[in-house]
Ligand binder design. Structure first.
Ligand SMILES: Cc1cc2nc3c(=O)[nH]c(=O)nc-3n(C[C@H](O)[C@H](O)[C@H](O)COP(=O)(O)O)c2cc1C
Length: 179
């Protein structure tokens, strides 16, 4: 797929078919994720992939805010990817923790690669971190940053319209004192 088609094809999908993802396709997505840039190339993140239905059920029960669509997404997808990051393997400048950025870039690489392979995904950040940590046996030095279901979907949603250029893009200097 053309790069810009991939960008436009990616939307947050909430319903999935159960069809398993072939290993060679997952390997391509993992390759893309591990090609992501990171703080000092420390690669502070790890991915945990879940295809076991009992584990998926437990993960779904840790999703917060009665977010039923995200629960349904995790339950119905054949695979869920969870990214965790070790803050001490990344940097902090002026209170800005770059492990979150490292994880964000790697996760988006995975998501765009999944889109390119024809799969749906959905960023999910609203979950009980300590519950996920217990379910997956994640060491305390890691923070659980985000998850995404990955799988075939029948949804064919149009991407939201692009954000308004005039209120999000400035050239050379800040131009809008109201925002
Ligand atoms: C960091 C992050 C966390 C998100 N967390 C959730 C979530 O917990 N539940 C959910 O349903 N969607 C979640 N989303 C999806 C956004 O709501 C969605 O990306 C946004 O509405 C734009 O829609 P689109 O992804 O279809 O372009 C999250 C997105 C991002 C980037």
């Amino acid at each position: 797929m053309d790069f810009y088609n991939v960008i436009e094809k990616r939307t947050s999908n909430k319903t999935y078919k159960s069809t398993a993802i072939p290993t060679e396709k997952l390997d391509k997505m993992i390759h893309a994720a591990l090609m992501a840039p990171s703080w000092k190339n420390e690669t502070c993140y790890r991915f945990v992939f879940i295809n076991d239905s009992t584990q998926k059920e437990k993960i779904a029960s840790a999703i917060l805010n009665d977010d039923n669509e995200a629960v349904n997404a995790v339950m119905s997808a054949p695979l869920v990817a969870i990214i965790v990051g070790n803050p001490s393997e990344s940097g902090t400048i002026d209170g800005k923790p770059y492990f979150m950025i490292d994880c964000g870039i790697a996760m988006e690489h995975l998501i765009l690669a999944a889109t390119n392979e024809g799969y749906g995904t959905c960023w999910i950040g609203s979950f009980d971190e300590s519950a996920i940590r217990m379910i997956l046996n994640i060491p305390s030095k890691f923070r659980v940053v985000a998850m995404t279901p990955i799988g075939e979907t029948e949804e064919n949603d149009e991407h939201y319209p692009p954000k308004d250029t005039s209120s999000h893009i400035y050239y050379n200097r800040w131009e809008n004192t109201d925002r």
